[in-house]
Design a protein around this ligand. Structure first.
Ligand SMILES: Nc1ncnc2c1ncn2[C@@H]1O[C@H](COP(=O)(O)OP(=O)(O)OP(=O)(O)O)[C@@H](O)[C@H]1O
Ligand SMILES: [Mg+2]
Length: 274
């Protein structure tokens, strides 16, 4: 009769079709339970965006790996547990957010806010718990883009900020609290303090992703954010024009300097459809 060690060894050879790595190394395998010839395999799927057909394929691979050991019935159950790197303690200000993703660009007007909103909404649609932080304190456009919230922001009994709710995601923007004219003249230390508040004094709760919409360029906001919280990665937005690409290269260099990985580059407004 098979034992747990044999089952685990066999599962260690199962390659996850979506991740291209075995399920033990990638910690997709949470546990196994044996009862006679029946095996229960518990998986932690690392992302809500995991493709369904590949999940089915993974189940088939697991069954195929266990049948030679004499397993009669193989049951695979899975939960989505968003993967993340635990934060170093000096950057633990934002405890509940697993992955902070910055959306940035060298230039203004290339579509950062549009990409940030759509990325956040796509993650919500996959079933993830998502927050959207409008870190563009100089020109907040998230409130305009999202329209009237389902629930406006408010204050809790212990003076914390409760974010607005839009389409099932938690949203915070300086645009909710002050008018644009005021925000434009803010200097570095004030920006830093405001971001500190938006991270530490907002009841974000448990989030799989916090998407941050940044102002253009490589200024105070970018620097403050990278100092205050661990950023899992940055998505750069550019348009096909050379002037925009030159600036995005500068932006990438800045993120590399502060050791934030670039997750990808979105070339927005690539062509026109009339
Ligand atoms: N792919 C697209 N097709 C058509 N219009 C777009 C597209 N992407 C963005 N826009 C429009 O272009 C304008 C600028 O986009 P957006 O505000 O997202 O850019 P931004 O980089 O965040 O700008 P800012 O630097 O001012 O923050 C908006 O009016 C937006 O609706
Ligand atoms: Mg913007």
């Amino acid at each position: 009769m098979m034992n747990e060690a044999q089952v685990r060894e066999a599962l260690g050879k199962v390659i996850d079709p979506a991740l291209g790595q075995d399920i033990v190394t990638f910690r997709v395998l949470r546990g196994v339970e044996l009862s006679g010839d029946d095996v229960l395999v518990k998986l932690d799927i690392p992302t809500h965006a995991y493709p369904k057909p590949q999940l089915r394929e993974l189940q088939l691979r697991i069954e195929a790996a266990l049948k030679p050991l004499g397993a009669k019935r193989v049951t695979v159950v899975s939960d989505v547990v968003t993967a993340y790197q635990p934060a170093p303690s000096d950057k633990a200000m934002l405890k509940g957010a697993r992955n902070v993703i910055a959306v940035a660009a060298g230039k203004g007007g290339v579509g950062k806010s549009t990409v940030a909103v759509n990325l956040a909404l796509a993650l919500v649609r996959h079933g993830a718990r998502v927050g959207l932080l409008d870190a563009d304190v100089f020109g907040p456009s998230i409130p305009t883009m999202l329209g009237t919230p389902e629930t406006p922001p408010s204050a809790s009994a212990d003076s914390k900020i409760i974010p607005a709710l839009h389409h099932g995601m938690k949203v915070i923007s300086v645009g909710f609290f002050v008018d644009k004219q005021e925000a434009v003249v803010w200097r570095g230390p004030m920006v830093h303090r405001l971001l500190q508040q938006f991270l530490g004094d907002v009841e974000w709760g448990e989030l799989d992703y916090l998407i941050c919409d940044l102002p253009p360029g490589t200024g105070d906001v970018q620097l403050s954010l990278s100092q205050l919280i661990p950023i899992a990665g940055a998505v750069m937005v550019t348009t096909p024009q050379e002037v925009s690409i030159v600036d995005v290269v500068k932006g990438i260099a800045m993120f590399e300097k502060v050791e934030i990985p670039i997750l990808g580059i979105v070339e927005n407004m690539s062509y026109y459809k009339c």
